[in-house]
Ligand binder design. Structure first.
Ligand code: R5P
Length: 302
C-alpha cells in the first residue's frame, strides 16, 4: 500500500474492491485512504473514511456486484463522506456497475433503474464516473455528470494469446455484443461473428441460433460483457458443438456466475471460463488494475 502523500489524487479503498484498489495504487503510486466498514445487526451499512481528503480529488474504487444494494449505499456514503470532509472532487470508479442492464423501460410501468442510480450518486456527491464494459454505452447518457466506460476485452483476449491460442474465432452471443467480438478479434487475429439471440421480456427466456456461422474445426472463444446464470453461454456452446467446433472457451468482463452457472457451462463442453476481477472469484484470471490505473493516471495529470 502506498503511503498518503501530498498528491492531488487519492484512492478511497471501497470495501468491495480492496484488492483491486491496492493493485491500482501500486501501479499509479496514488496514495490510498482506507475505509472502515461494517454492517449493523439490522443490515444497515456503516462506513468511515480514515484519512484527510481536504482539497483532494478522490477516486473511490468500489464495485457493485452482489449484494448490489449494500454496495451502492456504501458507495453513496463514501462519496458523501468525502464531500463532508472537503474533498474537491469525487470520481466513482465502479468496475461492475449494477443495474446497468435496466437502461430502458422495456415494459410499461418499469423503472429505468440505471438512471435512478445515476441521480442517487449525483445527490451523494459523485462528480464523475469510470466503469468497465457497461452493458450499453447509451446508458452513460443517463448520468448527470461525465461518465465513461473502459473496455477490458483486449486484456481478456491477450490472456488467450499468452496461453498460445492464436487465430481463435471470436464469437459474440448476440448482435449487440459484436463490437466486443471485434475488439477481441483485433488481438486474436482470427475471424469474428455472432449468434442471433431473442429474449422474452416477460419470462426472461432466451433463444439463440447460429445461422450462417462457419466455425467447423475451429477454436472458438465466446466473449460477453456479463455471465450471469450462464444460460447464454450454455446455449451458445450447444450450437457450436452442433456446428462441429474443435474447442470452446469463454471470457467475460463481469463473471457474476449465479448458482451453478460455472458447472453448467463446463458441462456444456466449454474448456475454460475467464473473467476479470470486477467481480472477484476464482475465475477472475485477468486484473482490471492496469486498465483502471491508466485512466487514473490521466486524472493525476489533469
Ligand atoms: C445480456 O445481453 C448480456 O450481455 C449477457 O449476455 C447476459 O447478461 C448473460 O446472462 P446469462 O448468463 O444469465 O445468460
Amino acid at each position: 500500500m502506498c503511503k498518503e502523500g501530498k498528491q492531488k489524487v487519492k484512492i478511497v479503498l471501497g470495501p468491495a474492491s480492496q484488492e483491486l484498489g491496492e493493485k491500482i495504487s501500486q501501479l499509479t503510486s496514488i496514495p490510498i485512504v482506507p475505509v472502515a466498514s461494517k454492517m449493523f445487526p439490522d443490515g444497515e451499512s456503516y462506513i468511515r473514511i480514515e484519512g484527510n481528503m481536504q482539497d483532494e480529488h478522490v477516486a473511490i474504487v468500489q464495485t457493485t456486484c452482489a449484494p448490489q444494494d449494500s454496495r451502492l449505499m456504501q458507495l453513496a456514503f463514501m462519496a458523501a463522506a468525502a464531500k463532508r470532509n472537503k474533498a474537491r472532487k469525487v470520481t466513482a470508479v465502479v468496475p461492475y456497475l449494477a443495474y446497468a442492464r435496466q437502461d430502458k423501460s422495456f415494459l410499461p410501468g418499469e423503472n429505468v433503474s440505471i438512471e435512478t442510480v445515476a441521480h442517487m450518486l449525483k445527490a451523494a456527491g459523485v462528480d464523475a464516473l469510470v466503469t468497465v464494459n457497461i452493458h450499453a454505452e447509451s446508458a452513460l447518457k443517463k448520468f448527470p455528470f461525465p461518465a465513461k466506460t473502459l473496455s477490458a476485452i483486449p486484456l481478456l483476449a491477450e490472456y488467450f494469446t499468452k496461453k498460445g491460442i492464436k487465430k481463435a474465432f471470436a464469437l459474440a452471443p448476440d448482435k449487440g455484443a459484436m463490437y466486443i467480438a471485434e475488439q477481441a478479434q483485433s488481438v486474436l487475429q482470427g475471424e469474428a461473428g455472432h449468434l442471433e439471440k431473442q429474449r422474452d421480456r416477460y419470462t426472461g427466456q432466451t433463444s439463440q441460433t447460429g445461422k450462417g456461422l462457419n466455425v467447423k474445426g475451429q477454436t472458438v472463444i465466446i466473449f460477453d460483457d456479463i455471465i450471469s446464470t450462464g444460460g447464454t453461454i450454455v446455449g451458445a456452446a450447444k450450437i457450436l458443438r452442433e456446428l462441429g467446433v474443435a474447442h470452446v472457451y469463454t471470457a467475460c468482463v463481469h463473471g457474476l456466475l449465479i448458482g451453478d452457472a460455472e458447472k453448467r457451462i463446463l458441462d456444456a463442453g466449454v474448456e475454460e471460463i475467464v473473467s476479470t476481477d470486477s467481480v472477484p472469484s476464482h475465475v477472475s484470471k485477468v486484473s482490471l488494475a492496469p486498465l483502471i490505473a491508466k485512466a487514473l493516471k490521466a486524472l493525476k495529470s489533469g
